[in-house]
Design a protein around this ligand. Structure first.
Ligand SMILES: *[C@@H]1O[C@H](CO)[C@@H](O)[C@H](O)[C@H]1NC(C)=O
Ligand SMILES: *[C@@H]1O[C@H](CO)[C@@H](O)[C@H](O)[C@H]1NC(C)=O
Ligand SMILES: *[C@@H]1O[C@H](CO)[C@@H](O)[C@H](O)[C@H]1NC(C)=O
Length: 239
C-alpha cells in the first residue's frame, strides 16, 4: 500500500516535470526539416512515391504540393533522418488541395533498422491532423520528447489521399543527460527529468522492426474516418 502511494506520488511529480519541459520549450522551438537548421532532400524518404512532383522533398511546409504515396501502398510512411539523435518536441502537419491526413502515428529509430512506436498506454499513439481543411497547420507536442535520429509519420486516416507536409521542432534549451553541460549552462536537465523520459521509453528488445509492421493501421480509408474517435487524451493543439 505504501509502495502504491509512493508510486502515485512519484507519477504525479513526474508529470509536473514533463509538462514543464514542453511548456518551457514551446517558445523556443527550432525547425528541423526546413530552414537554416533543416535537412537536405536526401534525408527525406518514404514507403512509396506517387510521382516526382509528390516526392518526400515536397513534404516541406514551403513546398507547393506535398508527399503522396502510390495507391497500392497500404502501409505508407514518410521519414526524415537527422545527423545525430535530437530531442524532438513538436510536429506540424498540413495537407495539399483536398488531400490531408486526419490521423497519424509516429515511430522513431536510432539506426533506421529498429523502429519504436511513440506510445500512449502501451499502444501506438494516434495523433489528430487536419480535420477539415488541408491548409490549416496542426501542431502536436511530444511529451515526453522523442530522442531519435530517424522519425516516421504513418498516415492512419485521411481525406481522399494521404497528402502530407510537415515540420518537426527541437528545443534549444532542452538538454539531455548524455550531453556535457558546463557550469555556465543554465539549462541543465535534472535527474528527475531524465528518469521521467526513461520511464516512458519502450524497451527496444521487445518491439522489433518486424513486429511493428505486422500492426495494421486501424483505419486506412476516408470512409472509415468518421467512425474513429479523435485522440483527445493529451494532444495540445494550436490550430
Ligand atoms: C527509401 O525508402 C525505400 C523504401 O521505400 C528504400 O528502398 C530506399 O533504400 C530508401 N532510400 C534511402 C536513401 O534510404
Ligand atoms: C471545421 O470547419 C468548420 C467550418 O469552417 C469550423 O467551424 C470547425 O471549427 C472546423 N472543425 C475543426 C475540428 O477544425
Ligand atoms: C515483451 O516480452 C515478453 C517476454 O517475451 C512478452 O511476454 C511480452 O508480451 C512482450 N511485450 C511486448 C509489448 O511485446
Amino acid at each position: 500500500m505504501a509502495r502504491l502511494l509512493l508510486g502515485l506520488l512519484l507519477l504525479a511529480s513526474l508529470s509536473t516535470v514533463l509538462a514543464s519541459i514542453v511548456d518551457s520549450c514551446a517558445s523556443d522551438l527550432s525547425a528541423m526539416i526546413d530552414g537554416a537548421g533543416g535537412v537536405d532532400d536526401s534525408k527525406l524518404n518514404a514507403s512509396s512515391i506517387y510521382s516526382e512532383s509528390y516526392s518526400p522533398a515536397h513534404s516541406r511546409l514551403t513546398a507547393t504540393s506535398s508527399w503522396l504515396r502510390v495507391y497500392s501502398d497500404s502501409e505508407p510512411w514518410l521519414q526524415v533522418e537527422f545527423e545525430a539523435s535530437m530531442p524532438i518536441i513538436a510536429i506540424d502537419t498540413k495537407g495539399y488541395s483536398s488531400y490531408y491526413v486526419t490521423e497519424y502515428k509516429i515511430s522513431h529509430s536510432m539506426d533506421g533498422l529498429t523502429w519504436i512506436w511513440y506510445e500512449n498506454d502501451a499502444s501506438p499513439r494516434v495523433f489528430s491532423g487536419s480535420l477539415n481543411d488541408s491548409s490549416v497547420l496542426i501542431r502536436n507536442y511530444f511529451d515526453p520528447p522523442i530522442e531519435a535520429s530517424f522519425l516516421r509519420l504513418h498516415p492512419v486516416a485521411w481525406n481522399e489521399h494521404p497528402g502530407v507536409k510537415w515540420e518537426l521542432y527541437t528545443c534549444d534549451t532542452y538538454t539531455t543527460e548524455s550531453e556535457t553541460t558546463s557550469a555556465n549552462d543554465m539549462h541543465t536537465t535534472d535527474p528527475e527529468t531524465t528518469s521521467a523520459n526513461d520511464m516512458h521509453t519502450t524497451e527496444p528488445e521487445n518491439i522489433s522492426a518486424n513486429d511493428m509492421h505486422t500492426t495494421k493501421p486501424e483505419t486506412t480509408s476516408a470512409n472509415d474516418m468518421h467512425t474513429t474517435e479523435p485522440d483527445t487524451t493529451s494532444t495540445c493543439r494550436i490550430a
